[in-house]
Ligand binder design. Sequence first.
Ligand SMILES: [Fe+2]
Length: 381
Amino acid sequence: MLRRSALGLAGRRFSTALAQEPAARLLEGRCALAQPWSERPKGTIDQMTGREVQTLSKHLGCELPSVDLTQSFNFEELEIIKQASDDAGGIVVFSHQKDTMTIHDHTRFARQLVASEDTVLEPHAVAAGHPLDSDVLEIVREANQHVVFGENWHSDHSFMGLTASYSILRIDDCPRFGVNDTLFSSTEDAFDGLSQTMQNLILDLNAYHSANKAYGVGHPGNSLAAMEGTDTMSMLAETPILESDVLQPCVTVHPRTGRRSIYVSPTFTTHVDGMKPEESKAILLFLCQWIARPEFCTRVSWRPNQVVMWDNRSLSHKGLADELTERRAVHRVTVRGVSPQNHRGESFSLTHKTKAAQGGLFEGVMDMPDAATAAARHMSA
Ligand SMILES: [Fe+2]
């Protein structure tokens, strides 16, 4: 299946004057990510890698300044928003939300979205939800905290049998413009950028994804440490997800667009199935470094009253840590997706599980050198 164009969809679905109205209203002012680069601090250094942040993708992401998420949406209107996401590689920035928007408005929009997909919201499997709504994960990075939740590249919930389709993030405590941004990599563009030979090499590979690697004990500098460094984040009392890891295709196919995507991450992936550790490490190290190349990446800076919706099926992302003195708090709501499929229509995460990777078992096998450096930094901090 080929990626659908906005014009093609509009031509099929919105052929009458009446039906064109919601599209025109919702898409009014749509533009590429038009965030003012000149206002960002120059020479941002990712404290995790020690490297300057570079993002060069010109077409990734869009802003929809005319969508008011406190309003009600029907199926067609939600489809317009999802199509806008598809057309922008999976990132939609709702840049002008009401100052009065609440956590309940946030989840109300998300529940309309999940109803349109015949699915449900997925509360986090390890971290406790927000006191006002357990479907909301509040992600806090306290000022002067050295470990950040979601600091390295990942796709949300890739460690689950049913992974995340959309994540919807609302800023609550906003840092200065241009610091502690969220970085995105189009893992679809990254796949397309590979040689045909490399694409063929990885198409039928599968790898295990582990929540335990990110949230369990014995993995220094992971998101468990990040949670422990906050005043408000905590673990759930029961975390069975930490007991077993799931098998996912290394290349997944987007169920809406048909595009192929590299689906491994340094945060959750432990090893390629059926390979010797050295072979697995070489492949995963290459792929994790490949998706982080600047030409596949963009950067979303946070502004007050901003909501960002992204598609975990086409993107990898990370919470940038560049200004340790600034607190940042965001509210995340996550839409339950499906068991990811490879190019043959096969999926494994509901049927192929293994005992969770324990601390130290796979450390050093696949971790990127940057991550190892960060772990050492966290341990000494
Ligand atoms: Fe995330």
